[in-house]
Design a protein around this ligand. Structure first.
Ligand code: SAM
Length: 285
């Protein structure tokens, strides 16, 4: 490799990808770069890593990996699908790796999934290089829209039973997906008993994302409940999601026919129990 791929550093003959949180650098060793492109929206890379296997990396930040991407994808998909008694119409904003869609499509009663991803390159690269995450076959219930999620939400009709906001972190094209007008548009798209789940960043490194999201969602929904998962490839591992609902909040038992590796009924129920230090960080008042 003569030209060094963007976001990688060579250290003693080895390639390293470094994530830069305030005051903390975390580096992951890269053994091979399989795909690299600058799309109109971001730098897209698929690379093999030592600790996490093959990974999707956007603007130098790991999004999902073969070794542990199922944790995030199961927790962002099965929690809302277990809280809602029968979600037939599902909207996913972001989620171009298709991992969340794949989990949602495990439910036979789901009739349609609209997935709105701004960057077609992410979907194409994931389908080609990450079939373990994206799935191999095309499910006819899945409809892909290559468009900005906020613009889609402002013009779409709904109603949706469940909306999943599987956005990258609030930098670059995903910034609009963490702002109040976007959540207001999503609330309009939800059915009377609908609910949504959004990824809410690291409560350790970016508690301000959770604070902003909780404030915006609490102004729109009577039930707003943050929940946690441990995702080893994300900085600090501790990751927050938020459920916002009009009617339902209890996690119903997961259908035993649905195979998962992280999201059991017990794990999903326990995920809503927040340690006091997390509550202090995300609700400082
Ligand atoms: N699991 C990931 C994480 O939190 O690190 C996020 C998964 S997914 C790869 C995030 C997707 O959101 C990316 O593919 C990105 O292109 C897409 N995205 C970013 N901004 C968007 C927007 N405004 N509308 C729709 N999709 C967007």
């Amino acid at each position: 490799m003569n030209r060094l791929p963007k976001h990688l550093t060579r250290l003693g003959g080895e390639l390293w990808l470094t994530d830069d949180e305030p005051g903390l650098l975390t580096s992951v060793r890269i053994t091979d770069v399989l795909f690299e492109a600058q799309s109109p929206f971001q730098h897209v890379m698929i690379a093999d890593t030592v600790p996490f296997g093959r990974a999707l990396i956007l603007d130098g930040i790991i999004q999902t990996t073969v070794a542990e991407g199922f944790i995030y994808n199961e927790m962002i998909a099965h929690v809302p699908l277990s809280v809602h008694p029968r979600a037939e119409r599902v909207l996913i904003i972001g989620g171009g790796d298709l991992g969340a869609a794949r989990e949602v499509l495990k439910y036979p009663f789901v009739r349609s999934v609209d997935l709105v991803e701004i960057d077609q390159t992410v979907v194409e690269a994931s389908r080609r290089y990450l079939p373990e995450i994206a799935g191999e076959a095309l499910d006819p219930r899945l409809r892909l829209h290559f468009e900005d999620g906020a613009r889609f939400a402002a013009r779409a009709d709904g109603p949706y039973d469940v909306i999943i906001v599987d956005a990258a972190d609030p930098i670059g094209p995903a910034t609009v997906l963490f702002e109040s007008p976007f959540y207001e548009a999503l609330a309009r798209l939800l059915a009377e008993d609908g609910l949504l789940v959004a990824q809410t960043d690291s409560p350790f490194h970016h508690p301000e994302t959770a604070r902003r999201t909780l404030r915006a969602l609490e102004a729109l929904f009577p039930i707003v409940r943050p929940y946690l998962a441990v995702v080893p490839s994300y900085p600090s591992g501790l990751w927050l999601f938020t459920l916002a609902s009009r009617r339902y909040e209890a996690v119903r038992p997961l259908d035993p026919g649905i195979r998962t590796r992280y999201a059991t009924t017990d794990v999903m129920r326990a995920a809503f129990a927040l340690p006091p230090y997390v509550v202090e960080r995300i609700r400082p008042e």
